[in-house]
Design a protein around this ligand. Structure first.
Ligand SMILES: N[C@@H](CCC(=O)N[C@@H](CS)C(=O)NCC(=O)O)C(=O)O
Length: 267
């Protein structure tokens, strides 16, 4: 297990470790809005990993934060995370005032509720809101979990047939089908659900867990959202040297085609 955890996120390049702290614009949560005051927010970060979601969110909202990572040194960045969060050393770990938080989706929902001023989420009464919430949770609950499981299983034993259970291809196809009907995972407008969905979709397509050629709508959506100025600002601050410690793409993705019907319900 330790080896697999290392494989997933702690591949280390032999680059020099230099502490990098970025302090973007400071200020209130939104002009003319009454919102909870923003405490000091520190994002403990690993380049190219899920902590980018928080940096991107803060850049979209124009909220102040401090970014903590060791440039080009995933092991060094991990050591900083472990120092503040020994029990659950993952990225993102966020210091929110005197509270240490994990789970990118939960942190994003909390920041939007307290400091978002209605931005990056559709109104609760709107038709888009259930979609937004669905994809906020699907990104980790159904998509990342299956893509990571399939990647790890492949490394142990490459599959020779498609699983009868919902696999990576099925969860990515569900996202592709939604984008046939809606421009964003937020429904009619960009929302934090789009921020949540990018990491696992990139993980599944770029590591060849699924055949990216089968998902043209996801490719088009990705180009559109990665062109956002806030995403580009995130890249320049949180990934200044490009991708660090990439995982190896699979030499071939799992067999595609129709999924066999499972004989009975299984976990
Ligand atoms: N569900 C969590 C996942 C956090 C997570 O696993 N992050 C990875 C980086 S992308 C990590 O820190 N892995 C280290 C490990 O598994 O030891 C979230 O969305 O924040």
């Amino acid at each position: 297990m330790i080896a697999l955890r290392t494989l997933f996120c702690a591949a280390v390049l032999g680059l020099s470790a230099c502490a990098s702290v970025v302090v973007p614009q400071s200020g209130s949560a939104g002009a003319g809005e009454t919102m909870t005051p923003v405490p000091e927010i520190v994002i403990y970060h690993l380049e190219g990993r899920r902590s980018e979601r928080l940096v991107w969110l803060m850049e979209e909202l124009g909220l102040p934060y401090r970014l903590e990572f060791k440039r080009g040194d995933l092991a060094g960045s991990m050591a900083s995370i472990r120092a503040v969060n020994p029990g659950m050393p993952v990225a993102p770990t966020v210091a929110y005032g005197d509270q240490i938080l994990v789970e990118s989706g939960a942190i994003i929902e909390m920041i939007l509720a307290r400091h978002g001023g209605g931005r990056l989420a559709p109104p609760v009464a709107s038709r888009d809101y259930p979609y937004h919430l669905l994809w906020m949770h699907y990104s980790e609950g159904s998509l990342a979990s299956r893509a990571i499981a399939d990647y790890r299983v492949w490394m142990i034993q490459p599959p020779s047939a498609r699983s009868p259970l919902v696999d990576s291809e099925a969860v990515v196809q569900f996202a592709e089908d939604f984008l046939a009907q809606h421009p964003y995972f937020g429904g009619s407008a960009f929302s934090a659900a789009d921020i949540m969905m990018l990491f696992p979709l990139n993980f599944a397509t770029q590591l060849n867990i699924v055949d990216r050629e089968q998902f043209p709508r996801i490719a088009e959506w990705r180009a559109r959202i990665e062109a956002r100025p806030a995403y580009q600002r995130m890249l320049s601050k949180a990934r200044p040297d490009g991708m660090v410690g990439s995982l190896t793409p699979l030499p071939r993705h799992a067999p595609s085609g129709p999924r066999p019907v499972p004989p009975a319900a299984r976990p």
